[in-house]
Design a protein around this ligand. Structure first.
Ligand SMILES: Nc1ncnc2c1ncn2[C@@H]1O[C@H](COP(=O)(O)OP(=O)(O)OP(=O)(O)O)[C@@H](O)[C@H]1O
Ligand SMILES: [Mg+2]
Length: 355
């Protein structure tokens, strides 16, 4: 133990610690805190475009839904994209702006957990699996301003940890930008236990948008409207209820049947998901492969698609000869809850001291 660790240990006893589990997502960032607070904001960060906007909004930075509503007066960022903090080698300015937005987002989610000024903050940050592998430093740097000690873990791992499902489980976390698959076998997962694909919520939205462009002639609509239709009705079963979308044609709301479009778009993520599942099963210890197939856990916002568990089981039966899938009960807080549990359990040496 270094001198710094000892000092920190002593400070921890004196001051008390607020533990935070943070789920840093492309579309939504949530926190569960040891003081009982639970909060979630959509992952938008906006800065007033000019003096007029600044005067109108009376703030230097806006977050979540409020930022989205005022977006015409703001430079708007969604700092995580495709599972990592957005970074463009050829555009240093844009990369720096995304980094700043990520920092502000983390600072805001910590503030929403209402820490007392004298508390030390220990945060476990669950990020998309790819970000936790490739963006570790960037995320820890983003957290530095608001956190005394931090630990990064991949989101599917925190989801499984929260449920105490640590052995022979396959977690599928269906987010906005990415679907992360993670194999758990009683230890910390390694890179070879994780797979990521881009067939997630945003892909469903894009597919549905393209299908509706064909099947709703003359209608005008945006990707946000399509996403709202999806979130209200998402289903993959043949027997799903009919979905009628009211869309403007030359300014007049007009009904369109989008049932089969919604089903097709939602189904588009099933095959690639089961392909990934198959890879993680096939490369696992042969004696435990059956067990793994029979403990597949669906998490993330995308797991709210109705009957998705059954559709994945059907596809698994065809490709892998069988399998059982269950859905997590709290998709919104599964990641943050698990991260908080990790925070409570982790011994001092696992923490990265940021201050
Ligand atoms: N009821 C619903 N039915 C279908 N999809 C939904 C529903 N509610 C939310 N979603 C979708 O879930 C996705 C967001 O999931 P989640 O909040 O877990 O993502 P995230 O953690 O922010 O993203 P990522 O893990 O990619 O960083 C979005 O694409 C959203 O449209
Ligand atoms: Mg997520």
């Amino acid at each position: 133990m270094t001198q710094k660790d000892k000092e920190q240990g002593a400070a921890k006893k004196d001051k008390g610690v607020l533990y935070l589990g943070i789920d840093l997502g492309t579309s939504r960032t949530s926190v569960c805190a040891s003081n009982g607070v639970r909060e979630t904001i959509s992952s938008y960060v906006g800065y007033p475009k000019d003096m007029v906007a600044r005067k109108l909004l009376k703030k230097d930075v806006l977050f979540g839904q409020e930022a989205l509503e005022k977006r015409l007066s703001l430079d708007l960022y969604r700092p995580l994209g495709d599972g990592v903090i957005k970074h463009d080698e050829t555009d240093a300015k844009a990369s720096a702006a995304n980094m700043r937005a990520a920092q502000d987002l983390i600072r805001e989610i910590i503030a929403r957990a209402q820490p007392r000024s004298d508390e030390l903050i220990y945060a476990v940050i669950g990020a998309p699996a790819q970000a936790s592998i490739h963006n570790k430093k960037a995320i820890l740097d983003a957290a530095r301003a608001g956190v005394d000690s931090a630990m990064l873990c991949s989101e599917p791992f925190s989801v499984a940890y929260g449920l105490d499902w640590l052995e022979d489980v396959l977690v599928i976390d269906i987010g906005a930008g990415t679907t992360d698959l993670c194999r758990m076998h009683g230890t910390m997962p390694e890179e070879s236990d994780q797979l990521t694909n881009f067939f997630a919520g945003d892909h469903v939205d894009k597919t549905l948008f393209d299908l509706m462009k064909k099947s709703c002639p003359g209608a005008s609509f945006t990707i946000e409207m399509v996403k709202a239709i999806k979130e209200k009705n998402a289903d993959v079963s043949e027997e799903m209820a009919k979905i009628i979308a009211m869309l403007p044609v030359n300014g007049k709301p007009t009904p369109f049947d989008v049932t089969s479009d919604v089903r097709t778009a939602c189904r588009s993520i099933v095959k690639p998901m089961v392909e990934g599942l198959g890879e993680l099963v096939a490369s696992f210890h042969p004696e435990f492969q059956e067990k793994l197939k029979n403990r597949v856990l669906l998490a993330g916002g995308g797991s709210l698609i109705k009957n998705l568990d059954r559709a994945i089981e059907d596809e698994m039966r065809e490709r892998l000869g069988g399998g059982r899938v269950v859905k997590i009960e709290e998709p919104l807080y599964g990641g943050a809850n698990g991260a908080l549990k990790i925070a409570h359990d982790m011994p001092e040496e696992y923490w990265e001291k940021l201050k």
